[in-house]
Design a protein around this ligand. Structure first.
Ligand SMILES: [Zn+2]
Length: 170
């Protein structure tokens, strides 16, 4: 399995590596549309507790490419979709991160994790709602309250605002 080193909130160049273990499931994901509603990725968080911070200013002139969901350190983080784990690793900004490739080969980025779910590794199949890690403040969140940074990247389109997928009628 190729290990992809990431710098910041960028999707990996290719999700092809994940297809080696589950080629048929990977092809099915490719043919499935991303649902318009996604499961909330943090345990016991209600839609009204989520703020839309898409595009907000961040360090070094960057724009916020995702949604931050604040919760106690150690709160379970759950996959918003079914898919295949692309990477369980670390990067400078995100700290401990998990990448999952989901429907329509969307890439789902879970960052600042305190820890990963036990035994999760690249190539694993996950269902929506499956625990993949725990909320923390690793990476550039070390001076902020613990939160999950969640991002969605579409093939050929770059980052999408996850907020409307998590908060209905927003
Ligand atoms: Zn964030």
């Amino acid at each position: 399995m190729a290990f992809v080193l990431l710098s910041g909130c960028q999707p990996p160049a290719s999700g092809d590596a994940a297809g080696m273990r589950y080629p048929i499931l990977y092809m099915q994901l490719q043919k499935t549309d991303l649902p318009t509603r996604l499961a909330i990725p943090v345990e016991n968080i209600q839609p009204r507790q989520i703020q839309d911070t898409w595009g907000a200013a961040r360090s070094e002139g960057r724009k916020h490419e995702g949604v931050d969901i604040f919760a106690r350190c150690g709160t379970a983080v759950r996959s918003t979709t079914q898919g295949i784990v692309l990477q369980v690793g670390t990067n400078h900004l995100g700290g401990n991160v998990v990448w999952i490739v989901g429907p329509d080969l969307s890439r789902h980025y879970y960052a600042h994790l305190e820890d990963y779910a036990a035994r999760i590794q690249a190539g694993d199949w996950v269902e929506a709602g499956e625990v993949i890690g725990y909320v923390g403040n690793t990476g550039n969140a070390e001076n902020t309250p613990p939160h999950l940074h969640y991002g969605i990247y579409m093939q050929g389109q770059g980052a999408l605002n996850p907020y409307p997928y998590l908060v209905p009628d927003s």
